[in-house]
Ligand binder design. Structure first.
Ligand code: BT5
Length: 270
């Protein structure tokens, strides 16, 4: 087993068998946040498909102001710039789901581990979080300027800070052997490019529903939907083509949008 797994722009470029996404790679040793860096580059006119990948983030971001632990040399911390001309702003959050499916499939392909999707933005292995996705958008009423998709994967992390040690895991911890970060990053981008094209063809998740729902860990489980002023418990039934989580509550089927609520399993993290 290799002890160190260095990522270099050259190795990444060699392994990245994509047409457009990630063909322009900006690799940095250290950055505040790759999402923030992509936004800076977008403001300077960067093109669709730019991928920023960092060895370490000093201010990695989660959703809603939360932070993302991104230590040096152990994970994949990367962000992709997308400029989907035809996409409506209200459909941009579907890209989080497209990405989650791509990451789950790439982890399965590279490690053989059963990676599951915890709707909307986590990937889970053996009940713990190995990956989080942060989608951000710059838009006006009817037009998207650009979208940033941030992906953080704990690949060869050996241990986590105490505050997340109960919920976080890495591929190394779950598999027992290290994985190549550059190979995994390349596979994520390949899956994402293929799924992104399918997504654009229909403008929604119609073509991705089946593979997505097969990997949805919440499926047929009890979930608690936590809104700003109410909590509802029901059974998750999968997503629809808009990416909403269908939650059965007695004889009602509720369509839950990702922006407004969080969904928790009733038992432990998932
Ligand atoms: C996320 O937010 O899961 C989105 C994480 C996105 C990270 C990537 S890394 C590349 C790009 N650049 C960035 O700055 N961000 C993106 P959320 O669902 O809000 O989850 C955040 C919560 O996950 C935190 O409050 C912690 O509880 C937990 N957490 C923090 N670091 C973690 C880690 N490395 N592994 C697993 N869980 C973690």
């Amino acid at each position: 087993m290799k002890q160190e797994d260095f990522i270099t722009a050259e190795v990444l470029k060699e392994q990245m068998r994509t047409r457009i996404l990630g063909q322009n790679i900006h690799y940095v040793e250290e950055i505040d946040s790759t999402n923030v860096e992509v936004k800076r580059q977008a403001a300077n006119g960067a093109d669709h498909g730019l991928l920023v990948i960092a060895e370490q983030q000093t201010m990695g971001k989660g959703r809603r102001g939360r932070s993302w632990n991104s230590p040096k040399g152990t994970g994949i911390w990367m962000s992709l710039l997308l400029k989907p001309g035809q996409l409506r702003p209200e459909n941009a959050s579907m890209l989080t789901l497209v990405t989650a499916l791509s990451v789950a499939d790439a982890i399965r392909e590279v490690t053989g581990l059963e990676a599951w999707i915890k709707w909307p933005n986590d990937i889970v292995v053996n009940g713990k979080k190995v990956c989080g996705i942060l989608t951000e958008m710059s838009s006006e009423a009817n037009r998207i300027h650009y979208i940033v998709i941030g992906i953080g994967i704990n690949v060869n992390t050996k241990e986590f800070p105490e505050e997340i040690s109960e919920i976080a895991t890495s591929l190394l911890i779950e598999k027992g052997t290290a994985a190549s970060r550059s190979l995994l990053a390349a596979k994520v981008m390949e899956q994402l490019e293929a799924n992104y094209e399918l997504f654009l063809q229909s403008g929604d998740l119609a073509y991705l529903l089946k593979p997505y729902n097969e990997k949805l860990i919440n499926c047929n489980k009890q979930v608690k939907v936590v809104g700003s002023n109410e909590e509802i418990t029901g059974t998750a039934k999968g997503i629809n083509e808009k990416g909403e989580l269908l939650v059965q509550i007695e004889d009602r089927l509720l369509e839950v949008c990702s922006g407004e609520v969080s969904v928790r399993g009733l038992y432990g993290y998932v």
